[in-house]
Design a protein around this ligand. Structure first.
Ligand SMILES: Nc1nc2c(ncn2[C@@H]2O[C@H](COP(=O)(O)OP(=O)(O)OP(=O)(O)O)[C@@H](O)[C@H]2O)c(=O)[nH]1
Length: 505
């Protein structure tokens, strides 16, 4: 046990600081934060309140507490002795007040009554028992001003009165009362470890100044300042905003496949059987199949002239974009060929817009058409057109690829789905048609998958799918590093999907 020598040490000012205030405003926690350096989690803080008084004996029995009582304020060595008290109004605290050097008067910023009692009860009691002792007003539990009160109430003891938002006092309320009483004002949070040093350093200052008046011969007190103003509390940073990336409309298959059914940012339009439109994304096709890679590369190389004229038309069409939104697909539906509702909508809205713009109408052969029949089986030709995207309603350049009559819409859709996902459904009905089209378009991995299913060896397709993704990832890397297919605006859009794919795989 340590003998408390501070009272006898020369030039060490021992200061008795009495802490008072209503029940449960946070007196004991504040004292412990200074005397014992206890840091508690919010849960510990909220879940435990035992009406207690921190024993002054701690300075005698605990070496650490004694050491922490020592401090230097304005070049004066001090030993701060904190006295905890009961919050019940009717309790007799005269023993605590006796020979006090400063009183720290606490209320809770989440309990307006505790602030009312500062004026109506506490200040009067202090002035009654120790009229000349300086007083410091402290608003405790400052963190509750910024806390999620619902969570706080849930964590509090079951019988504790819930804290309402309307209970929370702004700093001005505390300052007003302090001003009225002519005493300094501070705010603290044990949870945020804020203001604890401010309160006790300035309580020490108040005590030392009062002592200097009485003991004017103590020259080492001459540098003591009046209690200082407290720097404002900086509320904790708001949590970063939750950024929600809009989900791709899901059709039950994976996200890549659903892009086929909802052709957002599509930049390729296949025309099958002279009438059936199917929309797709060049970057998906080019990175999953050498055939399409060559096709679109050829387009880039052979029609650089598309750039200027198209850009001009694109500009015009962007000016007219507002109009596209008012296009009613229902009005023209009966004119169009049968197809998916998306396709119908795309066709009718595109046609009326293109007419308005005086651009190439569907069906007419544009000047820039590239003939593909000599290049590969299955293809007729390819050209560029401005089209309205049925999902985004934006106008943009689209590569229209006409396929010959050997390409049937059903198997072709399945083939495209494979190019987007690398997968083939074992229950696919038209395996023969799919095998034919895979053969025609030289998609040999797809051809192999079909054969595996026919031979009841579909389990082997997993390996093909894996290899497909590796190949695709490599091609994506290559395209990104060389900037292949990224020169035009429409292509840039489809690159967004490429990134999505890349991140996923
Ligand atoms: N959120 C928050 N809660 C606090 C803070 N300080 C104290 N509390 C909580 O307030 C309640 C009362 O704290 P005490 O320090 O025991 O209050 P007291 O004024 O000593 O109470 P009595 O002993 O009854 O007079 C406890 O549940 C503490 O956890 C604080 O800074 N922030």
């Amino acid at each position: 046990m340590e003998t408390d020598m501070d009272y006898e040490r020369p030039n060490v000012e021992t200061i008795k600081c009495v802490v008072v205030g209503d029940n449960a405003v946070g007196k004991t926690r504040l004292i412990c934060a200074r005397a014992c350096n206890t840091t508690l989690t919010r849960y510990q803080l909220l879940a435990t309140h035992v009406p207690t008084v921190w024993a002054i004996d701690q300075y005698r029995v605990c070496q650490e507490v004694l050491e922490r009582s020592r401090d230097v304020v304005d070049e004066v060595s001090v030993s701060l002795r904190l006295w905890d008290t009961f919050g019940d109004h009717h309790k007799d605290r005269r023993f605590a007040y006796g020979r006090s050097d400063v009183v720290v008067l606490c209320f809770s910023i989440a309990n307006p009554n505790s602030l009312n009692h500062v004026k109506t009860m506490w200040y009067q009691e202090i002035k009654h028992f120790c009229p000349r002792t300086p007083v410091v007003l402290v608003g405790c539990q400052l963190d509750l001003r910024y806390a999620d009160l619902e969570a706080v109430n849930r964590a509090r003891r079951p019988l504790a009165r819930p804290i309402k938002r309307g209970d929370i006092l702004p700093p001005e309320k505390g300052r007003e009362v302090a001003k009225e009483l002519g005493i300094p004002y501070y705010e603290t949070s044990v949870f945020d470890q804020f203001g604890i040093k401010d309160v006790f350093d300035n309580a020490i200052r108040a005590a030392l100044i009062s002592r200097r008046h009485l003991q004017f011969w103590k020259s080492h007190l001459k540098k003591v300042q009046k209690p200082l103003l407290q720097a404002p509390f900086l509320p904790p940073k708001a949590p970063p905003p939750v950024i929600k990336i809009p989900a791709c409309p899901s059709t039950g298959t994976n996200e890549a496949a659903c892009l086929l059914d909802n052709p957002l940012c599509a930049d390729v339009l296949f025309i099958l059987q002279d009438q059936e439109p199917i929309f797709a994304h060049r970057i998906y096709l080019a990175t999953s199949s050498s055939k399409f890679y060559d096709l679109f590369l050829m387009e880039c190389e052979e029609s650089p002239s598309w750039g200027e004229g198209a850009c001009e038309k694109e500009k015009q069409s962007r000016d007219l974009q507002g109009r596209t939104l008012s296009v009613n697909p229902e009005e023209e539906r009966e004119e169009g060929p049968p197809g998916t509702p998306q396709a119908e909508q795309w066709k009718s809205s595109s046609r009326s817009l293109l007419e308005t713009l005086g651009l190439e109408a569907e069906g007419s052969v544009p000047e820039t058409t590239q003939t593909l029949s000599g290049w590969s089986k299955g293809f007729i030709g390819m050209h560029k057109e401005m089209q309205v995207n049925p999902i985004s309603k934006r106008v943009g350049p689209v590569t229209v690829v006409r396929m010959d009559s050997s390409v049937q819409p059903g198997p072709f859709r399945t083939l495209l789905r494979f190019l987007y996902t690398g997968q083939l459904d074992e229950k696919e009905k038209d395996l023969v048609g799919l095998a034919q089209i895979a053969e025609v378009l030289e998609m040999f991995d797809l051809r192999m998958m079909v054969e595996n299913i026919m031979n009841k060896e579909a389990f082997m397709n997993q390996e093909i799918t894996k290899a497909f993704h590796v190949r695709k990832a490599n091609r994506i890397k290559e395209c990104l590093s060389k900037g292949t297919f990224s020169g035009e605006r429409g292509m840039m859009q489809s690159h967004q999907y490429l990134w999505l794919y890349f991140i996923k795989h």
